[in-house]
Design a protein around this ligand. Structure first.
Ligand SMILES: [Zn+2]
Length: 290
């Protein structure tokens, strides 16, 4: 591991006198922890790493308190990939693979895919955007989404080796006063020279200096990124209540108790018969029928 990296940190920055802002992120332990309970092929871990870096970069551009859920759904070998990032920059991720993954590229694994982006604010209504997958990389898929659904010019550069991930985001803020009108074109071009090795190995200050040596960049202090799963016994109980008494009874009859494994962190939850059926006491008698 390179000691120079800013491990598990997100750094916002701006270009002075322009409407262009950016974020830079490096994920080390947070990515390892988010993936540690899942047995996935290395090529998929690499894709998840890039997806996770992208979700942290995009979440950090939002003013909202809450979370962003990125989902890639497809009819191909990769059925589902989910990355969640909260406004506190807590991440969790999971993937569902139907059959063995052919090839080692994301485009080999997805068929009739779509990208679902859900914003769940702590207060107010959730917002969901669904777009067909366009582009041959995660970065271009998300750039297309941001332009199409949010009308925000966004550029992303992502790199991962399956154990670490890094990313750089540039955004041109609409309707903002700027005196440096050419900035957006210029810095996109400069950022486009970045290599995966630079993204993965350089600390943020060195990276930005190398890419934007003649630009007036103001770097803000870093924010920590942590792997954290929000699952709990309470969320399991809530889910059972939503399933309804008939469904819960049939699970109990089959298995004796309700056992649930979290898709993200693998934590095992058990709700015994008495507790499970007790949830429905008010509107139902709790006699188990056979
Ligand atoms: Zn969990």
């Amino acid at each position: 591991m390179n000691q120079d990296r800013n491990q598990d940190q997100l750094h916002p920055f701006i270009f002075e006198q322009s409407a262009v802002r950016g974020n830079c992120v490096q994920l080390d332990q947070s990515l390892l922890t988010a993936l540690e309970h899942q047995t996935l092929p290395p090529a998929l871990k690499k894709v998840i790493g890039e997806f996770t870096a992208a979700s942290v970069l995009l979440t950090a551009t939002l003013k909202m308190q809450g979370k962003m859920i990125l989902q890639l759904q497809s009819q191909g070998a990769l059925q589902l990939l989910v990355v969640e990032c909260t406004s506190q920059l807590n991440i969790r991720t999971t993937a569902k693979v139907g059959s063995e993954l052919p090839g080692d590229q994301l485009t080999d694994w997805i068929k009739q895919g779509q990208l679902v982006i859900t914003l769940m604010p702590e207060e107010g209504e959730p917002y969901q955007g669904i777009v067909p997958l366009e582009g041959d990389s995660i970065a271009s898929m998300l750039e297309n989404y941001m332009l199409r659904s949010q009308q925000i010019d966004t550029r992303l550069w992502l790199a991962s080796d399956g154990e670490r991930a890094s990313g750089l985001l540039l955004q041109k803020l609409p309707q903002q006063q700027e005196s440096d009108l050419d900035c957006w074109n210029r810095v996109q071009h400069l950022a486009g020279t970045v290599t995966d090795q630079e993204l993965l190995n350089l600390d943020t200050v060195t990276l930005l200096q190398r890419l934007f040596v003649e630009e007036d960049v103001r770097l803000f202090s870093g924010r920590e990124v942590l792997a954290f799963c929000s699952c709990s016994q309470t969320s399991v109980i809530n889910m059972l209540q939503m399933l309804g008494v008939a469904e819960v009874r049939s699970i109990i009859e089959e298995q004796g108790s309700v056992q649930i494994q979290c898709d993200f962190c693998n934590k095992h939850y058990v709700v015994d018969e008495q507790e499970a059926l007790g949830l429905f006491d008010e509107d139902d008698d709790h006699e188990v029928t056979h």
